[in-house]
Design a protein around this ligand. Sequence first.
Ligand code: RP5
Length: 170
Amino acid sequence: MARKVLILMGSDSDLKVMNEAAKALHALEVETEIRISSAHRVPDKTMKLARSARENGFGAIIAGAGLAAHLPGVVAACTTLPVIGVPIQGGAIQGIDALYAIVQMPKGIPVATVAVNGAFNAGLLAAQILATADDELATRLDSYRAQLASEVEAKDDKLQTIGVEAYLNN
Ligand code: RP5
């Protein structure tokens, strides 16, 4: 059976950003479960979700948090499933704190970190991880890449046809 992706976030204030991961995965027909579970406010729940993720059919975990963003690291400490961290923009220094907290993991416990608010890419990366063992998903990822390429080609064709000024005013 196809593996699912668990999407975790530290607060409901992260939900709008983190839902982008779900959108990317749903477009690729990957099933998700999306949960609020703070590493600081509900540590026991967070560790339970991470520890049971593999037996519950998940193949990857995406964890998003802002400020002193310990959620991805704590989750990664509790599972050997691949964990993708999403630093959430916000607070006094706009996500730089979360970026550094998530990306600077100690040796032995990796977290793959995407851009600040990069939840959509986190979804794509999770799909690519699952696609190492799922040829049909790999084919859907190829179609997505082809669609991206054709959008760029259409824009370049338009630019060549109407020129820079008309393109900018269009
Ligand atoms: C983090 O603190 C959450 O991930 C969120 O980004 C940030 C602020 O949380 P709230 O105070 O909005 O609940 O734990």
